[in-house]
Write a protein that binds this ligand. Structure first.
Ligand SMILES: NC(=O)c1ccc[n+]([C@@H]2O[C@H](COP(=O)([O-])OP(=O)(O)OC[C@H]3O[C@@H](n4cnc5c(N)ncnc54)[C@H](O)[C@@H]3O)[C@@H](O)[C@H]2O)c1
Length: 341
């Protein structure tokens, strides 16, 4: 069945908003009807590139526009909750950037509202829509890696320092959404440390350790004070291991047939007889389509078909619960903070 194009309002045209506008604009099943930004200079940019798109400085007028079916919110995180709540109350479908809100109570309120109004609520966990992460998930699901041991993620760059969010709330949602998507087991506890060097209170470096009951272990290191850009995730399993380097232009995922086990002598296993296995390295061919294009296509499809998004409100909430526990751990000098079920 062919649907008429969905009319989209984009709120926030700073760094990320233009990517949303570009991707929605390129589609046949969507039309960007309006863009809102409080900054007139940003609106002048919209007008320059897309003269047919209506530009407004007040997001509320987009939310009240009956011609608009859905909104994409790409404003600073502290504004997400109020804008998304208003949008859902008025009856719009919502794609809200990560982190979806600043507390789990706010996130739960948005989930409840979307359910009550029967509207799609999707969170911009862009990385789970990359062909790399999708490929890794299928490898894990098919048992290629064997038993999962760990995920280790490093996400460094010089900036972009945010005014209203620490590096933990800005960058760690990417890694957390990837972990939650890849690993079926739910985490049980979180330990975190953070450092402030440049600003007054927003941490620019953070490390987070996440515990799981099975012994599987996840670790994240995020930083805004790095001379180079690094986006590296290592996933270790009993059979194979993966290095996912998102900065690599083409060969982003490498699957190593490597491992170590202990030599068994009769009944006993001795730690002093490790056997290292070093087989082939496989670099799978991946779909080169932009992740945001796939994300937006999924959002539009979820609206048209009434399907729950992969990155729904619940996944946004799961990320926020871990961020809150990490904040609590930092405040307690790195104590492990249990995650409520
Ligand atoms: N999914 C991704 O990969 C990804 C990448 C980058 C940023 N983001 C997210 O996108 C969001 C925006 O980040 P950014 O880097 O573009 O920030 P930014 O500060 O560059 O842009 C935010 C824009 O929102 C505007 N704005 C602020 N309050 C507004 C309001 N009430 N109404 C209308 N406009 C308003 C600002 O004027 C600014 O132009 C953040 O939540 C960030 O985490 C997501």
């Amino acid at each position: 069945m062919r649907h008429s194009p969905l009319r989209i309002g984009v709120i926030g045209y700073g760094y990320w908003g233009p990517n949303l506008v570009r991707n929605f604009h390129a589609r046949l099943d969507a039309e960007v009807a309006a863009v809102a930004d409080v900054d007139e200079q940003k609106l002048a940019q919209v007008h320059l590139h897309y003269p047919s798109i209506q530009c407004v400085s007040d997001a509320i007028s987009i939310l009240h526009d009956p011609r608009i079916d859905a909104v994409a919110i790409a404003t600073p995180p502290s504004t997400h909750f109020a804008l998304a709540r208003k949008a859902l109350e008025i009856g719009k479908h919502v794609l809200v950037e990560k982190p979806m809100a600043m507390t789990s109570i706010e996130a739960q309120a948005l989930i409840g509202l979307a359910r009550a109004r029967k509207r799609i609520l999707m969170v911009g966990h862009t990385f789970i829509y990359t062909s790399s992460v999708q490929k890794i998930r299928s490898l894990i699901e098919n048992g290629e890696l064997g038993d999962l041991y760990y995920i280790d993620s490093v996400r460094f760059n010089l900036g972009l320092l945010q005014g209203d969010a620490s590096v933990l709330w800005d960058l760690a949602p990417h890694d957390l959404s990837i972990f939650l998507y890849l690993v079926d087991e739910r985490p049980t506890a979180v330990q975190a440390f953070g450092q402030v060097h440049i600003g007054a209170e927003k941490k620019e470096i953070a490390t987070v350790t996440i515990r799981y009951e099975s012994g599987f272990h996840a670790h994240i290191h995020v930083s805004w004070i790095s001379p180079v850009k690094i986006r590296l995730t290592l996933i270790g399993g009993s059979r194979k291991m993966i290095v996912y380097d998102d900065v690599e232009p083409t060969e982003k995922v490498r699957i190593y047939d490597k491992g170590v086990s202990l030599k068994e002598s009769g009944e006993s296993v001795t730690a002093f007889n490790p056997i290292y296995r070093a087989g082939d390295v496989l670099i799978p061919a991946l779909d080169r389509r932009e992740a945001l294009e796939r994300e937006i296509s999924h959002f539009l499809n979820c609206i048209q078909m009434g399907v729950t998004p992969l990155s729904d409100g619940e996944s946004g909430l799961a990320v926020i619960r871990i961020l809150e526990a990490a904040e609590m751990s930092m405040a307690q000098n790195g104590a492990f903070v249990p995650l409520s079920r």
